[in-house]
Design a protein around this ligand. Structure first.
Ligand SMILES: Nc1nc2c(c(=O)[nH]1)N[C@H]1C(S)=C(S)[C@@H](COP(=O)(O)OP(=O)(O)OC[C@H]3O[C@@H](n4cnc5c(=O)[nH]c(N)nc54)[C@H](O)[C@@H]3O)O[C@H]1N2
Ligand SMILES: Nc1nc2c(c(=O)[nH]1)N[C@H]1C(S)=C(S)[C@@H](COP(=O)(O)OP(=O)(O)OC[C@H]3O[C@@H](n4cnc5c(=O)[nH]c(N)nc54)[C@H](O)[C@@H]3O)O[C@H]1N2
Ligand SMILES: [Mo]
Length: 830
């Protein structure tokens, strides 16, 4: 029976074939939302910023920054396109062959982008049936619904929480530990400094601006990365960066950016840049430490009083334990930084007040634990940990860290877990000998090799046999590495469900796709100022949900109803009841400390402002008295040697920081004979990961011939005959992609950048969208994770190591395929 015939029978009478890109519902047919305001401007907040929005005829007309955001970013121009764009999922959709054959479908077709529209009722019942089947046949180890991600702002509509609570009410499932952002850092730092450090409030900017003489930005681009925040962003950090710029200009603070490329921050501050070969920072740090020791520049008193294990590290540094002294000359050979500069850095760092500011990128590479550990050792040798404007921080580029916290209580959220007295429909906790929690970035390995046991942070993890996955608020076909490996893994899954507002590649590789509405299509509340918690924002619904999309709350309330658990799910409260409850609970928690008006006044005003807190120095209490205020490490001291880590016996993470060669490294390292170029897939300047890539007009402000830019050096361009604006094929043994050349002096020879978050748009050998399901398909838009390596950082963290990645590139001379990323399924049968 041919497919069309079958479908004709399936959906009874007539159907229309829509080509995904062509149709947007007539916008003026959409009803305006109920929210009102005196001047017509309504407030809301996104990761990109807090905004005010004015509507006209029920559609978003104008967007301007929120009153208190003095440093709005360019991304404000992409906001409207988050709602109105051709990538929106309009209806519940089911993959064609899954609709026909359910869990016995031909999974090699997954990714061919053929979907059928179904009713919400049908889709939610299919979801329930699939979950029933998996829980009955395999138990909880067959289901993974534990991936998380950057979802949208809003405490009530937190999409991952909704999905996990609702799916959890059906049955238990595999969960994850750690995240892609800081997997290596957050795992090792508790052994070294006693907390994750990455998610801790840092020394306040006002103190840094007053006290620091030197600031080292190490793999750190705050001017780019502070544009977005975890909560509704109000960009307070930019006021401090502006002051820093002024101090650099006046020669009062010396800022050195240690980075293989010239960053946006370096250009903004007009500070110094120090080139280092990619992935070689540990060698550079060891060279600096060696110089400190041989010249006696290190702070012996601080090392003795506040740390443990320097004596175990010293023989390695001096080469007594392995026959290789980590001299500046040795370090220079690996890192490409001259011995003179290394010696000078040792001097500069120890002469005045020095603040090390580590970015996160440097730990998203093989042995990513090591640079974080070694940097802590350097800071210990400098001896300024706990002093204002000195020591080390691991988060000043992130979500308002360093802006003094207001100290107010933040609003709670819709619960992610079941209530204490709730039981799932399928109440088994039998994971059949496999682990119920796996390191976040190892899930594809688990699907590929169920039953395999790996080391992770001192424990053994046995991979469960995953048969079904549910994703919401995250985009694994953006965030995970090695697309072709993912394709193979996904062929082993019986059922994949995604809840998203857009046809991301994750939806494309799913069986059931449920349309969520965007954050501008529902009411919510959130903190603004992220870590600084400057106040609470009313997030007004701007427009009614487009097409048949629903809020995550509504989607999972309906799903709970299919399970007969609707009231259990919502606690018998509506969206409005929940908003009022979250606000009232927060008001109560702040009672007597911060004034908060009643809910209605807050909702009308659009926000409650808590103001700025008192400046604060990280680790000051520890410095003051390490016995009364010990660190959270086993010894209570900074651990330069960790007995615990040493006891794990890992060859790729020994007991003290160690330089280890990578499996792929440019500039003469392994693999560079075949693929000589290091590809960095840094966080995008004009997106949040894959979010806002869908914003069509905005995307077109930076694409090159409709493709994601690949930034490359003039030298590399010349030697390969590439001109600015050419389409380039980037490839290695793992995959291939097309991107648009942007030639830039900021990039040295042998280094290219493609920002993560570029939507995966595979096309087959014939250039077709259907062919995107093929292994080895060409990515037509430029998703760097087509090329990255899916390996763990080490046996300790087993975290994402996307930056250990070599490639080659050439001018593309074939027939240029259309970009297949943005306009939804090949055909939508309704
Ligand atoms: N090569 C490489 N890969 C990387 C990185 C890298 O540096 N290089 N960085 C890694 C890091 S640090 C991170 S944090 C991850 C980011 O990975 P993710 O957090 O997975 O990335 P996002 O693109 O933010 O995905 C969020 C998804 O949620 C959807 N969404 C947003 N709001 C809602 C909502 O209200 N409801 C529902 N149902 N869905 C919603 C969005 O449309 C989007 O598809 O990527 C990682 N991957
Ligand atoms: N605009 C924007 N801001 C964001 C995000 C976003 O998507 N867009 N995402 C947010 C999230 S989830 C996260 S996790 C953070 C990410 O924060 P980070 O991971 O710190 O950010 P990146 O910009 O990827 O990398 C920072 C710098 O590290 C450098 N670098 C890479 N490898 C090396 C190396 O081997 N040695 C040295 N010395 N430097 C190296 C890069 O050249 C880059 O300049 O950003 C957050 N902020
Ligand atoms: Mo991240």
């Amino acid at each position: 029976m041919n497919r069309r015939h079958f479908l004709k029978g399936l959906v009874s009478t007539s159907y229309v074939v829509l080509s995904g890109a062509s149709v947007l519902a007539p916008l003026n047919a959409l009803a305006a939302s109920g929210a009102k305001s005196k001047d017509g401007w309504l407030t809301t907040g996104t990761h990109f910023g807090a905004f005010k929005i004015k509507r006209k005829n029920g559609v978003i007309d104008q967007v301007k920054p929120f009153d208190l955001d003095k440093y709005p970013t360019d991304m404000i121009n992409g906001i409207k396109g988050l709602v109105y764009n051709p990538s929106r999922v309009r209806y519940p959709m089911v993959r064609l062959d899954f609709l026909l054959n359910g869990h016995k479908s031909d999974t090699t077709q997954r990714g061919d982008f053929r979907f059928v529209r179904v009713t919400w009722d049908k889709a939610l019942n299919l979801l329930k049936d699939s979950l029933d089947e998996v829980q009955t046949k395999y138990g909880p180890s067959g289901l993974h619904a534990g991936q998380t991600g950057w979802r949208a702002t809003g405490q009530l509509h937190s999409s991952t929480s909704h999905m996990q609570r609702a799916i959890g009410m059906h049955g238990n499932f595999v969960k994850k530990i750690g995240d892609y952002s800081t997997g290596a850092g957050q795992t090792i730092m508790p052994y070294i400094l006693g907390s994750t450090e990455v998610y801790a409030q840092g020394t306040s900017w006002p103190l840094i601006l007053e006290e620091s003489k030197t600031i080292i930005l190490w793999s750190n681009d705050p001017y780019k990365n502070l544009q977005v925040g975890w909560n509704a962003e109000t960009h307070e950090s930019f006021a401090y960066l502006a002051q820093l710029k002024e101090k650099v200009k006046q020669g009062k603070i010396r800022v050195i950016s240690i980075d293989p490329v010239v960053t946006k921050t370096q250009k903004y501050l007009g500070c110094e840049q120090l080139y280092v070969n990619p992935q070689t920072d540990v060698a550079l740090m060891l060279g600096i430490a060696h110089e400190m020791v041989t010249k006696g520049l290190h702070d012996k008193k601080f090392i003795d009083g506040y740390s443990l294990g320097f004596d175990r590290f010293l023989p390695y540094l001096l080469g007594e334990s392995d026959g290789v002294a980590k001299t500046p000359e040795w370090a220079s050979n690996i890192s490409g930084v001259s011995p003179e500069i290394i010696r000078d850095l040792a001097n500069v760092m120890t002469k005045g007040r020095t603040q090390l500011m580590m970015g996160w990128c440097i730990q998203r590479q093989q042995h990513g634990e090591q640079p974080y550990w070694m940097a802590a050792v350097l800071a210990t040798m400098i001896g300024q940990i706990g002093l204002p404007g000195g020591g080390i921080s691991y988060g000043h580029h992130y979500s308002g860290i360093g802006v003094p916290s207001s100290g107010a209580a933040a609003p709670g959220a819709f619960p992610r877990n079941l209530d204490a007295d709730q039981k799932p429909l399928f109440d088994s906790n039998d994971f059949k000998g496999a682990s119920s929690t796996i390191p976040v970035a190892r899930w594809i390995d688990a699907i590929m090799e169920p039953g395999k046991t790996i080391d992770a942070n001192g424990s053994k993890v046995t991979f469960p046999d995953i048969k079904m996955m549910v994703f919401s608020g995250n985009n694994p076909w953006n965030h995970h590495q090695d697309r072709n490996k993912m394709k193979l893994a996904f062929q082993k899954l019986e059922c994949v469900v995604t809840i998203d507002m857009n046809w991301t590649a994750t939806c494309r590789f799913s069986d059931i796709v449920l349309p969520a509405c965007t954050t501008l299509e529902r009411n919510d509340i959130d903190v603004y100022g992220s870590y600084a918690n400057r106040g609470i924002l009313a997030m007004h619904k701007m427009v009614e949900p487009l097409f048949e999309s629903l809020s995550d709350f509504e989607i999972f309330t309906r799903f709970a109803a299919v399970m007969g658990k609707e009231k259990e799910y919502t606690r018998d409260m509506s969206e409005e009841d929940w908003l009022k409850k979250l606000y009232k609970d927060c008001k109560k928690a702040n009672d007597g400390k911060f004034d908060m008006p009643d809910f209605d006044t807050f909702w009308k005003d659009g926000y409650v402002h808590f103001g700025e807190g008192k400046p604060w120095t990280r680790h000051a209490d520890f410095r003051e008295d390490p016995e009364i205020n010990p660190l959270g490490t086993p010894s209570g001291l900074i651990e330069i040697f960790s007995r615990k880590i040493a006891q794990f016996g890992y060859d790729d993470c020994p007991g003290h920081p160690t330089w280890m060669e990578k499996t792929e490294r440019s500039h003469g390292g392994p693999g560079s004979n075949t693929f000589p170029v290091w590809m960095q897939s840094c966080h995008p300047d004009k997106r949040l990961h894959s979010q806002m890539c869908e914003s069509k007009e905005y995307r077109e402000t930076y694409t090159v011939k409709g493709r994601e830019p690949v930034y490359l050096s003039p030298e590399d361009a010349k030697s390969r005959g590439i001109k600015d604006g050419d389409i380039v094929r980037v490839f290695n043994d793992r995959g291939q992609l097309l991107a648009g050349a942007v030639i830039s002096d900021s990039f040295p020879k042998g280094i290219i950048r493609i920002h993560e978050g570029a939507w995966y748009g595979p096309v087959g050998k014939d250039g077709s969208k259907e062919g995107g399901a093929e292994i080895g398909a060409l990515c037509s838009y430029g998703d760097p994770n087509t090329l990255t390596q899916d390996i763990g950082t080490s046996k300790l963290a087993q975290a994402c190591a996307a930056y250990t990645c070599l490639v080659e590139f050439e001018k593309f001379r074939g027939k240029i395929p259309q970009v297949s990323s943005f306009d939804g399924p090949v055909e939508t049968l309704i």
